[in-house]
Design a protein around this ligand. Structure first.
Ligand code: GLN
Length: 501
């Protein structure tokens, strides 16, 4: 096999090479670290990387676990997933210096399969954002065009996978944060059903919406990683005791006659013409493959963004109350002794939060506190919860007409850095197609389906009924076999790796 670097390969390719003894995991880790070292200064996909610790971790893994679905394969994690003894910040100053006391359940499961964990992929602060510009430690760039955002909030993970600075990654998705960056960076992103993957050890954003899922170079890798991380966990009471199917062995099941619903509410004003054209072409590909496409309606779609920003901010404001300068990370250096003792404590909380949180985090805490406050709770939060039920019922009704739903992942290709920073509403609109899946708790997968004239990746989203990830992956796999979008790499990578040799 002739490749620039082992880092360019997928989990399944590397697994075959490692099991056949054709390559050594040490060589793979070295190739990957070389790429990270070369590109991270410019792309800033990782907040920090510690090569010595990673080598030691690999040696430990090799001593104890020779087999496993991920033996010797590095997997990258967003900086909101706990890895025992490693620093975790959620890209926020308020957590600076905090070390995790334990492994997240997903991390434990990756380790059991022999993976080497690479923590600390960049993200929007506390996962609030769609561009990774809200990271307190500097944004991530899109490897396809350095003046563009990689999407967010799992932008570091998606950038790393796309630029071969990761073999595969895990992100978290509360309103689109796995799927939208996957779309912007031309890779595959899967948000599982709410309850499919344990959230234990994921720093909470909005607990009724958050899910962890894979960001990968192809659909097979998404199936492998989901198979590893899914399944019941007593430490997360919302994690469902539903059996985990073998997602890989069903990838090749026939797709003929399966039904795809195309919601008319998703193809209205605001959609970029190139995105629309790529989706039309995808429909033709599905039809050639023998699937049946028909128009459906999800009538409450126009309320999704407003509903999400009521519920997500309400939950976030309560989840973020714990960052008080006492329990975690950062504490304001104010000289408290100069204040009277009770004022001193309050002042310390106030200054810690003022100095520790970025402006988007403050905006959301204010919004969330407002919608939960007496007098407004019924008008906002409760109403939001009711509309959420209506949005879910739209999907429940759709599944009698179709097996999966096809939509764009994002309304436009990756936008320019800075373009939406001053206008939060414009930024929020980037999630118009992804948010409903979180509100309804259903699984969604984004995959590449073309390129814009400027060479930016375009993505489509497939949605399915709860716990039907198998169907999503099977249909996505059939599409991937019929196209070659997923094989394209950003030219930056090729050129620069050549120069670096
Ligand atoms: N972009 C959305 C937000 O800012 C979704 C974020 C996410 O899924 N974590 O809330």
């Amino acid at each position: 096999m002739s490749v620039d670097s082992l880092a360019a390969l997928t989990i399944h390719e590397l697994h075959s090479l490692i099991s056949a003894g054709k390559i050594q995991p040490q060589q793979l880790l070295e190739d990957l670290l070389e790429r990270i070292e070369y590109h991270n200064g410019r792309l800033h996909a990782y907040l920090s990387v510690d090569p010595d610790r990673l080598h030691r971790q690999l040696e430990d893994q090799l001593r104890t676990r020779k087999a496993g679905r991920l033996a010797g394969i590095p997997i990258t994690l967003k900086d909101n997933l706990c890895v025992s003894a490693e620093e975790i910040t959620c890209a926020s100053r308020i957590l600076r210096g905090f070390r995790c006391p334990y492994d997240a359940t997903v991390v434990q499961r990756l380790r059991e399969e022999g993976a080497v964990i690479i923590p600390r992929a960049n993200m929007d602060e506390f996962a609030f954002g769609s561009s990774t510009e809200n990271s307190a430690f500097g944004g991530t760039r899109n490897p396809w065009a350095l003046d563009r955002v990689p999407g967010g909030s799992s932008g570091g993970s998606a950038c790393a996978v796309s630029a071969d600075m990761a073999i595969a990654a895990l992100g978290s998705d509360t309103g689109g944060s796995i799927r939208q960056p996957a779309c912007c960076c031309g890779v595959v992103g899967l948000k599982p059903t709410y309850g499919r993957v344990s959230r234990y050890g994921l720093v909470a954003f909005a607990s009724s919406l958050d899910q962890i899922g894979p960001i990968t170079k192809d659909v097979t890798d998404a199936a492998i990683l989901l198979g590893v991380i899914a399944g019941h966990d007593a430490r997360d009471s919302t994690c469902a005791p539903v059996e985990v199917p073998d997602y890989v062995s069903t990838l090749q099941w026939p797709v003929k006659k399966l039904r795809i619903g195309i919601p008319k509410e998703y193809f209205v004003e605001g959609i970029d013409t190139e995105v629309k054209a790529a989706l039309d072409e995808a429909v033709r590909t599905f039809e050639r493959l023998g699937l049946v496409c028909e128009s459906i309606s999800l009538p409450h779609t126009p309320y999704a963004i407003a509903t999400y920003y009521l519920i997500a901010t309400a939950e976030a404001s309560s989840n973020l109350a714990r960052y008080d300068g006492v329990q975690y990370g950062y504490r304001s250096a104010t000289n408290l002794r100069q204040e009277s003792s009770s004022n001193g404590l309050l002042e310390m909380h106030r200054r810690t939060r003022t100095e520790g949180f970025g402006s988007e985090v403050k905006r959301r805490i204010l919004l969330g506190t407002y919608v939960l406050s007496q007098g407004y709770y019924e008008a906002y939060y409760l109403k939001g919860m009711k509309v959420r039920t209506l949005i879910k019922q739209d999907f429940d009704a759709a599944w009698s007409r179709c097996d999966v739903i096809l939509t764009p992942t994002a309304p436009t290709p990756a936008f320019r850095i800075g373009e939406k920073l001053e206008n939060p509403l414009q930024m929020y609109l980037s999630d118009v197609y992804t948010i409903s899946a979180n509100l309804a708790g259903i699984p969604g997968l984004s995959m590449p389906c073309g390129f814009s004239r400027e060479g930016l990746p375009l993505g489509m989203q497939l949605l399915a009924a709860p716990f039907k990830e198998q169907k999503l992956l099977q249909i996505a796999y059939a599409y991937e076999q019929a196209t070659d979008w997923h094989r394209r790499k950003p030219t930056l990578s090729r050129q620069q790796i050549a120069q670096s040799k």
